[in-house]
Design a protein around this ligand. Structure first.
Ligand code: 3PG
Length: 399
């Protein structure tokens, strides 16, 4: 259901579930992409004369307030980006929130404090979630679900709340779905997926699903060492998920059977320690244990030959989906692989989608403008689960 299905919104109080989960350190916002991405719906609802009550989570507090997870800095940044005041109250439900909502005029915007400061938001008990959703629902007349990054979560403000008020998907959710459907419904070939990030265990579902659909998978990031180990190579002190070795071997065999190319790096950057100024050198991917750092060497990036090869393969593709950095891009010495992949995506005329908080943060931190990519998804887990073909509870309730 789209916003149109809600009818006239003039003078109605609309609760908007956003995903404003941005990286914060000491109150300073890192990548504000998720705030920017939420503005389309907010602007449209303001123009329609609605009174907006925005709700979101930030981080993973455990059901009680924690100052470092307050959304207050987000309200300030949003006001700058929106060019209009964004009110803020330091609670999600309660008398202060109620009087702030009651004081809203048409077009006003109010952000409530972090949903996850309330145990009911993420409770495993549906009755507790329903009770909390009921308190949220009492604040508004309609609900717009626009936090694409959380549609894979069964949480009070995502699922239960949608059942208590007239509800619709916001513009961000609709736009994300339109793009991701292009990847699942007949993507133009060759279709290449670039997978990185630290853990292969986070990507198991998506890898097995992709094996049925793609031509090539390029593997980088911390997870590549579990792939190398599965091929029998000694990865020294690099990140290794021993309990995934058999699964990864199964994927390699399955890929071969299906004619899908899984491309592993031929060289890697190995460092003496996990630190920005650590001594490091490039070695062949099958000789990590023979670096100058011996058994203590840690692989922190793909090597330059691999980065060039990944870039070539991206250039030869018609569709590219990228999830997960190739190395520890936050440290300049280990950012080359991620930068090369980002550059290759930015340069190609292929349809490109960057999925996931980390990859989105990486391309922006490395100085690439959003416009250089077909689409930068605001959802990490959500976009992967969509590509896996899993039902997304936050979307099912809106169907
Ligand atoms: C994300 O960062 O992927 C979303 O904001 C969801 O956050 P969560 O993984 O803590 O539910």
């Amino acid at each position: 259901r789209t916003i149109e299905s809600l009818g006239s919104l003039r003078s109605r109080t609309v609760i908007v579930r956003c995903d404003l989960n941005v990286p914060l350190s000491d109150g300073a916002i890192g990548d504000d992409g998720r705030i920017r991405a939420s503005l389309t719906t907010i602007r449209e609802l303001r123009e329609a004369g609605a009174r907006l009550v925005l709700v979101s989570h930030l981080g993973r507090p455990k059901g009680a307030p924690e100052a470092r997870f307050s959304l207050r800095p987000v309200a300030e940044r949003m006001a700058e980006l929106l060019g209009a005041p964004v009110g803020f109250v330091g609670e999600t439900v309660g008398p202060e929130a109620e009087s702030a909502v009651a004081a809203l005029a048409d077009g006003d915007v109010l952000l409530l404090e972090n949903l996850r400061f309330n145990p009911g938001e993420t409770s495993a008990d549906p009755a507790e979630r329903r009770a909390f959703a009921g308190r949220l629902a009492a604040l508004g007349d309609a609900f717009v679900s626009d936090g694409f990054g959380v549609v894979h979560r069964s949480q009070a403000s995502v699922t239960e709340l949608a059942q208590l008020l007239p509800s619709a998907a916001g513009r961000l959710v609709a736009a994300e779905l339109a793009v991701l459907r292009r990847l699942t419904d007949e993507p133009e070939r060759p279709y290449t997926v670039v997978l990185g990030g630290s853990k292969v265990s986070d990507k198991l579902g998506v890898i097995s699903h992709l094996l049925e659909r793609v031509d090539t998978i390029l593997v980088g990031g911390g997870m590549l060492f579990t792939f190398l180990a599965a091929q029998g190579h000694d990865v020294a002190a690099s990140l290794l998920e021993e309990d995934q070795l058999d699964t990864v071997r199964g994927y390699l065999a399955e890929a071969e059977r299906r004619g899908v190319r899984i491309v592993l790096p031929s060289d890697v950057v190995v460092a003496a320690a996990f630190a920005p100024d650590a001594a490091h050198e490039v070695v062949a991917a099958d000789a990590i244990a023979s670096s100058s750092f011996g058994a203590t060497g840690i692989g922190l990036d793909i090597g330059p030959d691999s980065a060039a090869e990944f870039a070539r393969r991206i250039a030869d593709s018609a569709t590219v989906f990228w999830n997960g950095p190739m190395g520890v891009f936050e440290m300049e010495a280990f950012a080359h692989g991620t930068r090369a992949v980002a550059q290759a995506l930015a340069d190609t005329s292929a349809f490109t989608v960057v999925g996931g908080g980390d990859s989105a943060a990486a391309v922006r931190a490395l100085g690439f403008a959003d416009e250089r990519f077909g689409h930068i998804s605001t959802g990490g887990g959500a976009s992967l689960e969509f590509l896996e073909g899993k039902p997304l509870p936050g979307l099912e309730v809106l169907a």
